[in-house]
Design a protein around this ligand. Structure first.
Ligand SMILES: C[S@@+](CC[C@H](N)C(=O)[O-])C[C@H]1O[C@@H](n2cnc3c(N)ncnc32)[C@H](O)[C@@H]1O
Length: 264
């Protein structure tokens, strides 16, 4: 069974039902179990209908063209709806490195039920994998990106995760204490992949990482290093976080860092 929508089946408008809703939703119509064991078809038709409605509610309308990429992490097939029209609508190389690290170190990281927030989640691959691995995930990004992010998250985690991931707007450096007050929101992990590139919000990005860090919070940041500004950000990151290089891939120039906020 094909786990996903193909490009001709992409719903282009809000409320327009796709010919095939995809994933295990397709399987449940046929009464078949997904080949990869992603939880199988849900039994209750009403629940199925409401899940499908939730999915359709978030079908994004912002991009004119979509393509799909297939990944496999944590023993599951993952289908990502992407568009080349936005930085936030494609999976970047840092995301696959971070996903690989998460799946290879799930127990060591104690991801089961861990509270995880991803910043600049884009299409959401890292949040999907963290969610499949048992974490309670909040995926965040700019408002324009949230529709596609929600779509991918629902499509790939519905019925196969202990905690359904949440999607929230988080603009770096903006209204952090209002929207993510430290007294209420605690995260074991802050995840970030390829959030450092040529843009004007690097200081706000760093202040966001700092705001979201409390005692015990670990920042896992994977990034492809291209520009001198990327290394300048790394220097600033090292000034405020105790930093460990966890993995490095010279062929792709991706590095993965662990950061724990310095408290002195
Ligand atoms: C290069 S993409 C990486 C996406 C995803 N993390 C990945 O690795 O596939 C950078 C992401 O940061 C988000 N972003 C850029 N500027 C931002 C800002 N000021 N506040 C919040 N998110 C921002 C973009 O919308 C985009 O999703």
């Amino acid at each position: 069974m094909d786990l996903c929508l193909n490009s001709t089946q992409q719903p282009q408008h809000l409320g327009q039902a796709p010919k095939c809703p995809g994933g295990w939703l397709e399987a449940e119509e046929e009464g078949a179990a997904p080949e990869d064991g992603t939880g199988g078809p849900p039994g209750d038709p009403q629940e199925t209908e409401s899940s499908l409605q939730s999915l359709l509610k978030f079908v994004p309308t912002d991009y004119a063209s979509y393509t799909q990429e297939h990944y496999r992490f944590a023993g599951k097939s993952i289908v990502m709806q992407e568009s080349i029209e936005s930085f936030g609508a494609v999976v970047w190389p840092g995301a696959t490195v971070l996903c690989q690290y998460l799946e290879e170190h799930t127990e060591e990281l104690n991801l089961q039920d861990a509270k995880v927030l991803e910043i600049g989640a884009g299409p959401g691959l890292v949040s999907i994998v963290a969610s499949i691995l048992g974490a309670q995930v909040t995926a965040t990004d700019l408002p324009d990106v949230l529709g596609n992010l929600q779509y991918n998250l629902l499509k790939n985690t519905l019925k196969c995760t202990a905690h359904l991931p949440e999607v929230k707007e988080l603009v770096w450096g903006e209204d952090l204490e209002e929207n993510f007050p430290k007294s209420t929101f605690y995260y074991n992990y802050v995840l970030a992949s390829d959030v450092v590139y040529h843009h004007y919000f690097l200081d706000k990005l760093l202040s966001t990482m700092v705001h979201l860090s409390q005692p015990g919070t670990v920042v896992l940041w994977a990034n492809k290093f291209r520009f001198s500004s990327d290394y300048e950000f790394l220097d600033k990151f090292k000034q405020v976080f105790d930093t460990t290089l966890l993995a490095e891939y010279p062929e792709s120039s991706v590095k993965l860092f662990k950061g724990i906020l310095k408290w002195d």
